[in-house]
Design a protein around this ligand. Structure first.
Ligand SMILES: *Cc1c(COP(=O)(O)O)cnc(C)c1O
Length: 460
């Protein structure tokens, strides 16, 4: 069922890598347990244990933000395991440090920073955001961080780790930061950094970056973009609606940007990325390592990173993926994103046309990226939440894997009723992240399973 291209890909490349070290005298491995039947047996048991998972690789998995790494990324990662480089320093990862620098340069160019920037990979989006907020605190000590109430939950927590005060800004009914509410905070005069999310985790909402930048003219603050999920959508402006397109076009005006290659960039986990527009913020990272910075006078990535050891293999996998699928508008990689976006619009259309008006999608203008959320219609939020939960389970028994998300009930109230005191209430909704290139052609099947499961629950 799942044809795995890895063995065929890896053989010749492994041979080539071995040949690179031909000048060394041969040696016998002294690893206990290697080269035995026992190892094969253990691996079979490992495979069996791994079967206890949702089928993240399959197009009928349309739940959480899980996208299978590209075969070339898996192969390059596995190849790099022969060396297991550490991108802390050139002493531990000479080739892979160069590959990281090249891969990050391509990401910076995608965001409109072709020449001057500072950036590196991190082990996650959370760590990348932590570095960006840490620099924000160094540049403007004691000043507040603000982000929308739909910003990733880690911003609040990371701010407290950094001992920076954090405030959540209310959002509109499509989950985008309210500019009026932001300006109210800015008038207080102590905001140092605004976190702008391009692609919220819950629903893929795109904060109005262009308008936040206009406020920066007046109030003066740093702009940090959290595009951990949505960053790569910069490559397909033609597939986005006007507000999102304007936000993406303005990314180069930010002070820092985070993107997660391990979300939409076809990478295995362990690959986030942080970029700063002003390379001189590198001064805040300055430290000496008594152990590691000896084999080269060139920059060691550990000198501009908060983490010490980092997987060189993550950089190798990213580099290889970007060689095969460059980050160019109109290229094959961009087409993969566009196809998930088309699947989301297709699902949204079907939900809005659904017979009998049994579900309620978000206000028009959503989805902005490739995440769709909807709420079963019921007398109250508790009943709607219960229905969502039961449809979620019924789908899963039909091999269709969706997700659930809690959203403010007020987003689903008619405009006139907003502000009547129901805002605080949450309702559990169904959520589908359609991030695989296969989702577009599988949407009809996804819809068929969904409508069957939903009819079972609704008792039709
Ligand atoms: C996923 C996500 C994060 C956190 O990234 P991790 O790689 O999971 O640590 C931060 N912000 C947004 C918007 C995200 O979607």
């Amino acid at each position: 069922m799942l044809r795995d291209p890895l063995p065929g890909l890896l053989g010749p490349a492994s041979e080539r890598l071995r040949a690179e070290f031909d000048s060394l005298p041969p040696f016998e491995s002294a690893q206990p347990g290697a080269d035995t039947d026992e190892m094969a047996r253990v691996l079979e048991a490992t495979a069996h244990r791994l079967g206890d998972n949702y089928p993240y690789f399959h197009p009928l998995y349309a739940g959480q933000m899980l996208k299978p790494p590209h075969p070339v990324a898996r192969a390059a990662y596995a190849l790099a395991m022969t060396i297991n480089p550490n991108n802390h320093a050139r002493d531990g990862g000479r080739a892979s440090s160069e590959m990281e620098i090249e891969a990050v340069r391509a990401i910076a160019a995608m965001f409109g920073w072709p020449d001057s920037y500072l950036g590196h990979l991190t082990s996650s989006g959370t760590l990348a955001n932590l570095e960006a907020l840490w620099i924000a605190g160094q540049v403007a000590p004691g000043r507040r961080i603000v982000g929308s109430e739909q910003a990733h939950y880690t911003h609040n927590r990371v701010s407290s780790v950094l001992k920076l005060e954090y405030t959540g800004i209310p959002v509109d009914r499509r989950g985008r930061m309210s500019l009026d509410a932001l300006e109210t905070e800015l008038r207080k005069g102590d905001v140092g950094t605004v976190v702008v999310t391009l692609g919220t985790t819950a629903i893929g909402a795109v904060d109005p970056l262009d308008q936040v930048l206009a406020l920066r003219e007046r109030y003066g603050f740093r702009v940090h973009i959290d595009a951990a999920y949505g960053g790569y959508f910069r490559l397909i402006p033609e597939a986005l609606d006007e507000p999102a397109r304007r936000a993406y076009a303005a990314m180069d005006q930010a002070d820092s940007i985070v993107v997660d290659p391990h979300k939409h960039g076809l990478q295995p986990y362990g690959c986030g990325c942080v970029l700063f527009r002003d390379p001189s913020v590198g001064r805040f990272y300055k430290h000496d390592s008594p152990y590691t910075y000896f084999t080269s006078k060139e920059l060691h990535l550990g000198e501009i990173s908060l983490e010490c050891s980092r997987a060189g293999a993550a950089a190798v996998a990213l580099w290889a993926t970007q060689q095969l699928l460059p980050l160019t508008p109109g290229g094959d990689f961009a087409r993969g994103l566009a196809s998930g976006r088309a699947a989301a619009l297709d699902l949204d259309r079907r939900l809005r046309n659904a017979a009998g008006g049994r579900v309620q999608p978000l206000a028009a203008g959503a989805p902005e990226l490739d995440i769709v959320v909807w709420k079963p219609i019921a007398e109250d939020a508790a009943k709607a939440s219960d229905l969502a939960q039961r449809i979620f389970v019924a789908c899963s028994t039909r091999n269709l894997h969706l997700a659930l998300v809690q959203l403010p009930q007020s987003w689903f109230e008619p405009e006139a009723e907003a502000g009547t005191g129901v805002e605080a209430g949450l309702v559990t909704c169904l959520r589908s992240v359609l991030m695989k290139p296969e989702h577009e052609i599988w949407l009809a099947r996804i819809w068929q399973e969904y409508t069957a499961a939903s009819a079972e629950v609704m008792g039709e």
